[in-house]
Design a protein around this ligand. Structure first.
Ligand SMILES: Cc1ncc(COP(=O)(O)O)c(C=O)c1O
Length: 449
C-alpha cells in the first residue's frame, strides 16, 4: 500500500499544481531559483523513504518551474498540455509499457495505429504514409533525412546500409536560409557538412524565393518549412515540389508547429501543396498541446521509411511497421497515446477551433502592441508575432523587465541579424483576457525603460 499512498500523494501534488497554474508567476522569482541549491546533495548511500524524495521535489522543485503550462506564456512555441492528453499520459505511465511493437504492448500498438490514421486525416497528408512517434522534431527530422538519403542512393544502385558513404555518389541537402537550427544539427550529425549545404535564398518573410531557387537534381534532398520559426510563414510548396519532383529529388518539410495550420479550415490554404512532399516532421508538444516529448516523423514511402529505421533483432522481430522500425529508439514510451487522447477529446472541430483561436489571438496581440508603440515585423498570418522596439538595448531591457514581472514571458530572437523579440500564442489555456494582460504588462514595462 505504500506505493499506492505515494502515487496518491504525487497525484495530489500534481493536481494542486494544475489548480495553481492560472495564478502562478510565469517565470520563478529569485528565491525559488536560490532554493534549487537544496538539490545539491551527495549521492545517498542508504535507501530512504520514497515519500522524502517526492516531498523534496514538490517543496523545492515546484516553485522553480516556468508556468509554460499556463495561458500567459508566450515563449518559443510551447503549448500547454490538454487535460485529456495529460490524463492519458498519467495512466499510460502507470501501465509502464515498452511501446516497441505489438508483442511488447498490444494496447500501445493499437492506439498508435489509430493515432497514425487520425493525424494523416486531420493534417490531410497522403493516407498511405506511416508515422513514427518519436521524441522531437529534431530526432524525427534526423530520421527523415536519413530515410531520404538512403532512398536517393538506392535509386542510383548504392546500398548505404551495406557500403556506407565512402565512395557513394554525393547526396546534396538544400535548405532555406532561415531553416531551423535543428535541421542543421541533423545535417551535421548525418555528415552532410554545413559547408556543403545548398542554401536557398529567402525573401523578406524568410521564405524560399522561387526566382532564386538553386538547381535541383535527382540527388538532392530539398528541405522546406511549414511555419518559419520567426514570422510563421510557409514556403511556396506547390511550385518548388513540382520542380523538385520533376528533377527526381526528395522533398522533406519541417512543420514542427506550422503543419497544424492545416487543421484550421480558415488557415489551411496557407499550406497548399505541402501534401505533395515525400516526408514531414511535426510536433505534438507544440501546437497540438500534448506533453513533452511527443513528435511525428511522417513519410509516404512507407517501405523505405521502415527499412531505414529497421531494428529487428534476433530476439525481437516484429511486424515491419512496428514503432521500433519507425523511430530512433528501440525501447520507448508510446508517445502516440497522448496525441491520440488529444485528438479524441478535441475532435476535428476542437483542434480547428484551438488553432484558429490562437491565430486570432495573435492578431489581437499584434494590434494591441502596435497601439502601444511596438513595431510588429510580420503580417500576422498564424500564431507568431515578431516585434522590436528598434533598439537592441531597449529590447533587452524589456525582456528583463518582463521576466522579472512574473506576469508573462516571451523570449528574444534575431531577424536579419538584428535583435528582436517574439511572442507565440500556442496554449489552449490562453484567453483573450490573457492577451490583454500581456499587452498591459508590456505597456507597463515600456514605461520603466
Ligand atoms: C520550425 C521548427 N523546427 C524544428 C524544431 C525542433 O523541434 P523539437 O524541439 O521538437 O526538437 C522547432 C522548435 O523547437 C521549430 O520551431
Amino acid at each position: 500500500m505504500i506505493e499506492i499512498d505515494l502515487m496518491n500523494k504525487a497525484d495530489r501534488f500534481a493536481a494542486d499544481y494544475i489548480a495553481s497554474v492560472k495564478t502562478r508567476r510565469v517565470f520563478p522569482d529569485d528565491a525559488a531559483i536560490k532554493g534549487l541549491t537544496r538539490f545539491d546533495e551527495e549521492l545517498p548511500t542508504q535507501t530512504s523513504d520514497p515519500a522524502d524524495t517526492l516531498n523534496l521535489l514538490d517543496e523545492f522543485g515546484t516553485p522553480a518551474t516556468v508556468t509554460s503550462n499556463g495561458g500567459r506564456y508566450f515563449g518559443f512555441v510551447i503549448g500547454a498540455t490538454l487535460p485529456a492528453a495529460a490524463a492519458a499520459e498519467r495512466l499510460a505511465s502507470a501501465w509502464d509499457q515498452c511501446g516497441s511493437s505489438f508483442v511488447n504492448s498490444p494496447v500501445a500498438a493499437k492506439i498508435e495505429d489509430v493515432a497514425t490514421k487520425w493525424v494523416l486525416d486531420i493534417l490531410d497528408l497522403p493516407r498511405e504514409s506511416r508515422i513514427g512517434f518519436g521524441t522531437s522534431a529534431t530526432a524525427c527530422g534526423l530520421s527523415m533525412l536519413a530515410v531520404a538519403r538512403r532512398a536517393l542512393l538506392k535509386r542510383k544502385g548504392w546500398d548505404i546500409d551495406a557500403d556506407g558513404l565512402i565512395g557513394a555518389p554525393e547526396v546534396k541537402l538544400m535548405v532555406s536560409e532561415t531553416i531551423h537550427i535543428t535541421i542543421k544539427k541533423a545535417a551535421r550529425l548525418l555528415g552532410f557538412g554545413l559547408n556543403r549545404l545548398i542554401v536557398a535564398p529567402t525573401n523578406h518573410d524568410g521564405l524560399v524565393d522561387l526566382a532564386k531557387l538553386p538547381e535541383i537534381d535527382d540527388m538532392t534532398i530539398v528541405c522546406l518549412q511549414a511555419g518559419e520559426v520567426n514570422k510563421g510563414g510557409f514556403d511556396p510548396f506547390t511550385q518548388i515540389i513540382d520542380i523538385a519532383h520533376k528533377a527526381g529529388a526528395w522533398v522533406h518539410v519541417d512543420g514542427a508547429f506550422g503543419l497544424w495550420a492545416r487543421a484550421s479550415a480558415a488557415k489551411k490554404h496557407l499550406t497548399t501543396g505541402v501534401e505533395l512532399a515525400d516526408s514531414w516532421t511535426t510536433d505534438g508538444h507544440k501546437w497540438l498541446n500534448t506533453p513533452y516529448d511527443g513528435a511525428m516523423a511522417i513519410c509516404k514511402h512507407a517501405d523505405e521509411f521502415a527499412e531505414t529505421l529497421n531494428s529487428d533483432a534476433v530476439y525481437s522481430t516484429a511486424e515491419p511497421f512496428a514503432q521500433k522500425n519507425l523511430v530512433l529508439e528501440f525501447s520507448r514510451r508510446a508517445r502516440g497515446i497522448p496525441i491520440w487522447a488529444a485528438l479524441r477529446s478535441l475532435g476535428r472541430q476542437g483542434v480547428d477551433d484551438m488553432v484558429t483561436r490562437h491565430c486570432e489571438q495573435a492578431q489581437r496581440l499584434s494590434h494591441g502592441l502596435r497601439g502601444i508603440g511596438v513595431t510588429v515585423l510580420n503580417d500576422v498570418a498564424i500564431n507568431q508575432v515578431l516585434c522590436t522596439l528598434g533598439d537592441s538595448l531597449k529590447n533587452e531591457a524589456l525582456l528583463k523587465s518582463i521576466s522579472a514581472s512574473g506576469e508573462i514571458w516571451f523570449g528574444p530572437s534575431k531577424w536579419n541579424g538584428d535583435d528582436v523579440f517574439r511572442l507565440s500564442v500556442s496554449s489552449w489555456r490562453t484567453t483573450d483576457e490573457d492577451i490583454d494582460r500581456a499587452i498591459a504588462a508590456i505597456e507597463k514595462a515600456l514605461a520603466t525603460i
